[in-house]
Each structure stands twice: as structure tokens, then as C-alpha cells.
Write a protein of this length. Structure first.
Ligand code: GLU
Length: 292
């Protein structure tokens, strides 16, 4: 099976930039004969009712998906097993650093700036015993590469730093970089289309997939929506959700289709028009109407 997917985090309503990314993910999948799957990444940042509204908005735009929605929270046992497997292989270590300590630590020699400096990598068992009394440990990957390369359909070869990334947070929640790899593979996703804020995360996810003997999907990272000031589009910018835009009299499909240079009326018509080569590579600047 081959499939594409959209995997929103249910932290609030989708804005028009998110909707456009979802449309592109659907078009890439459907136009290449793939299934299109929906996953709700509900391990973090969950707002009551948001997932249901996100799915309803996507359906309203004319997107459909195959099979039931996968709720990421149903997969925590599989996530824990993968951490255990990597640990058994000697590929993890417990980390007691706070976020602040990581940010403030001088970067280690031969490691890229901002990378985890290796503070807890080589603690002795006695030191770990001590530290466990202070706070619950996060689990990090013992990465044995500094960088990794993936191929992206829009960006070509992309190389980015890989450091000792977090696999399980101190509060026990499996980390995004792990769950995305495991859940995409579990769902048979072989095509990942998403916002280009995640472009530099793709190499570390591909590296992790390789360590876990999982196939690496193809990637297409599409431009984000920005406001007129060049910042990421956000709720405070005005009418940005499907409901708000419609209430303001905006034809949201026309807005999205126009931004992509499509002539047809909606996703079904755009299937024949999608040309990855011709897609804009620059951010989409949106000037939303004021909220009514
Ligand atoms: N839930 C993640 C997000 O919305 C998904 C990222 C991805 O597509 O890998 O940012």
C-alpha cells in the first residue's frame, strides 16, 4: 500500500495556511494514486473539540480520506516499545537537563551550534541514580551521526543537523520526532507532504526511521502562510479560519486555488492541474479581512 497523509495537532482551529497544506497533501496523494490517510496528533497541545472541528473543515473543503482516523494517543504502547528497542540496542540515554540548561550550555566541540551538548550522555550509573531523585529523566537518542540527508520533491537534497534528539520527554510523553516516524510507518505512509517549517526536521526523522529499520517516505515540504509582516499567520491576524473567512464573505476554495495558480473550482478539478515543479516556493502572504 502507498499513502499520503495529513496529521494535524488538535490545538485549535486550522487556519487557511493549514487548510492549503492539507489540500496539497491530498492532491499529492490522490494524483499519484495513493490512499490519503488522516491522523490526529493528539499527544500534545489538545484543545477540547478542536480535532472534530478540524476534520469537519477539511471535509467541507472537499477532502476525503481512507479508513478511520488514527488517533496518535492510541499508539503509545507502540511508541514505548520502540524506545525500549532502541534502549536495548544501546542507542539511548537518560537526560536530566532542563530545556534552559540545554539552551545555555556551551555547544560541544564538533557539534553544530544549538545541538544537544552531550551533558548526560556519559553519566555513570551512580550519577544517574542521584539525578533521578531530582527529576524524571527524558530519554534521548544516542545519535552516531552529525547530519543526514533526505530528498525533497520541492527542495532537492536537504542536509540538516542530527543531534541526540529527545525520544520520550521527562513527563513520559513520547516525542514528536519519534511518533511521526513510527506512526507514518505503521499507517503505510510513503509520502509526507507538510509545511516547510518541518523541512529541517525531515533528516533527523529519516535517520531515526533508518535506525528502526523502517522505510523512509518521500517528502514534499510546501511553503507556509505568512501575514503581511512576514510572521507566521496566526489567529490574531484577523479572519483566518474557514468559518471566520466564510462569515467575512470570502470564498476559501477560490482563495486557496488562486494562491496555487489553479483555475478549477475545487480539489477534484485541481487533481489534473497539480504540477509539483510549478508550485510556488515562496511563502504565501495572506492579508486576512478584519474579524466581524
Ligand atoms: N502534528 C504535526 C503538526 O501539526 C504534524 C507534523 C507532520 O506532518 O509531520 O505540526
Amino acid at each position: 500500500m502507498s499513502a499520503g497523509r495529513y496529521a494535524p495537532s488538535p490545538s485549535g482551529d486550522l487556519h487557511v495556511g493549514n487548510l492549503r497544506t492539507a489540500v496539497l497533501a491530498w492532491l499529492f496523494a490522490r494524483s499519484s494514486g495513493r490512499d490519503f490517510l488522516m491522523r490526529v496528533d493528539d499527544l500534545d497541545r489538545v484543545r477540547e473539540g478542536a480535532a472534530e472541528r478540524q476534520l469537519a473543515d477539511l471535509a467541507t473543503l472537499g477532502l476525503d480520506w481512507d479508513g478511520p482516523v488514527l488517533w496518535q494517543s492510541s499508539r503509545v504502547d507502540a511508541h514505548a516499545q520502540a524506545v525500549a528497542r532502541l534502549t536495548d540496542a544501546g542507542l539511548t540515554f537518560e537526560c536530566f537537563c532542563t530545556r534552559r540548561e540545554v539552551l545555555e550550555a556551551p555547544s560541544a566541540p564538533h557539534r553544530p551550534p544549538g545541538a544537544y551538548p552531550g551533558t548526560c550522555r556519559d553519566l555513570t550509573e551512580a550519577e544517574r541514580e542521584d539525578r533521578r531523585r531530582e527529576r524524571p529523566a527524558a530519554v534521548r537518542l544516542r545519535a552516531d551521526v552529525d547530519s543526514w540527508t533526505v530528498r525533497d520533491e520541492l527542495h532537492g537534497d536537504v542536509t540538516a543537523d542530527v543531534d541526540d534528539l529527545v525520544l520520550r520527554r521527562g513527563d513520559g510523553v513520547p516525542a514528536y520526532n519519534l511518533t511521526v516516524v513510527l506512526d507514518d510507518a505503521h499507517q503505510g505512509v510513503d509520502q509526507v507532504v507538510r509545511g516547510d517549517d518541518l523541512l529541517t526536521s525531515a533528516p533527523r526523522q529519516a535517520y531515526l526511521a533508518t535506525l528502526l529499520d523502517l522505510p523512509v517516505p518521500s517528502y514534499a515540504h510546501v511553503p507556509l502562510a505568512l501575514n503581511a509582516d512576514g510572521a507566521r499567520l496566526a489567529k490574531r491576524d484577523g479572519a483566518v479560519t474557514l468559518t471566520e473567512l466564510r462569515d467575512a464573505g470570502v470564498d476559501v476554495l477560490a482563495m486557496i486555488g488562486g494562491s496555487l495558480g489553479f483555475r478549477g473550482a475545487g480539489p477534484q478539478d485541481w487533481l489534473d492541474e497539480l504540477d509539483p515543479e510549478g508550485l510556488p516556493r515562496e511563502p504565501w502572504v495572506v492579508r486576512p479581512p478584519a474579524l466581524g
